[in-house]
Structure formats: structure tokens, C-alpha cells
Design a protein around this ligand. Sequence first.
Ligand SMILES: [Fe+2]
Ligand SMILES: [Fe+2]
Length: 236
Amino acid sequence: MTTTTTEVLQLETAGFGDSLDERIFFTGPPSTAEPARLARRKAREAAARLLRTFVAGGLESEAHCERVAAWSRRLARELELPWDRVLDIELGALVHDIGYIGLPDLDFQKNEPFTPIELFELRRHPEIGVGILRQIPLLQRAIPLVESHHERFDGTGYPHATAGTDIPIDGRIFQLVDTYEALTAGSPRRPPMSDADARAELAARVGAQLDPAVHAAFERIDPTEWHDVAIWLNVG
Ligand SMILES: [Fe+2]
Ligand SMILES: [Fe+2]
């Protein structure tokens, strides 16, 4: 990242971007940066509209989606991915489970494990999500994450059982973020874990479920900053 503070301030006074991140990303003369920034903003708005429908249906909470999107973005930055890929990953994380819309009614709050038939249905949601997103031109760049967000590093995930670095980095990042989120948020069947316990659990899953390189990047992020990334969203 070579942008200087002065350049950022110049962009700020030129009315660029809503966030410091965007201002740093969209450097260059306003004439070249503006179309890219507008395209990204439109995509973010389309994702937010889709998310509202999804949240209104009670399938997942907005707080969960915003939290995993913010963490995915932070982790993608730590991995030094190009900025356009960082934004793809954030976009995909926002709508990761959008395919739930196409599933038969499943009770996510029930105390018993899912039956084999329910599991079979549930596992169709990445592909249903891809089918939905293909119809929305603004959200094409969310597709790699939505398609691969349940793949596991050892190839035991779904829907394609892809392994290792054949899994898009979008999905490998999201696997870690969503696991951390699931462990620390808890579920009707399991109480929430502390940050320290969740970190120990993640470490135990490296190589099997999680990409070692993604986990190493996660470990480099200061735990206080990681916590604050979600808190700053102010959505619970
Ligand atoms: Fe999912
Ligand atoms: Fe989710």
C-alpha cells in the first residue's frame, strides 16, 4: 500500500468514498477512480437489499452477516489480497447463505441434530445461492464465496468436495471466519465459547477444515482489533 496520508486527505476533500478503506483503495485521479467506486457501491447496495429480504424471512440475522463480512474483509487484507478481491470477499460474505431462501422450511432453532434428509436439503444451499446470484448482474463477484463457503481444506466439505488451494481463497477465508463466529456465538445446542477457547479450537482444525496460511494470517491479527472489527459495526 503506497498511498500517503496526504493523498488520502486529498481524496477525502474531493468527496471520495464513505470509508477510509475505500479512499485508500480508490486512489488515482477522480476521473478513473469514480466509475470503480460507483460500481462497488451499487453492488454493496444490491447485496444489502437482498440481505434485507433474507433477514425479514427470519433465516439469519443481519448482525451475523455484517459481522462475518467485516471479519472476512479484515482477514483478506491480512493476506494482502488485491483490493478488488477484498471487496469481492466482503460482498460474498454478506450474502453467503442466501440459498436458504430456496430450501424447504427447516427449524434452525430446534434442539435435536438435523436428520439425514434435512442435512441433504441443507447442503443444497450453496448451489441454490449461486443460482440466485447468477440472475443479479451486480452480484456476480459474490459467487465464488457463496459457492465455496462450505468446502473444507481436506476435501470433506460440500458441494464439490474441493480440497486445498483448489478451493477459492474466498471460501478458505470464510471457513475460518464462520467457524470462529459459530463457536463464539453458540447455538441452541451449544453454549458460546470464549475467544481463547475458540482460538484453541480453530488451531486444532488447521489442515483438516482450515487452510494453514489463512489461519496463520488470522493469528497475526491482534485479538483486540479482531474484536473491535465486529464491535464497530454497532449491529450487536
Ligand atoms: Fe452456509
Ligand atoms: Fe451464516
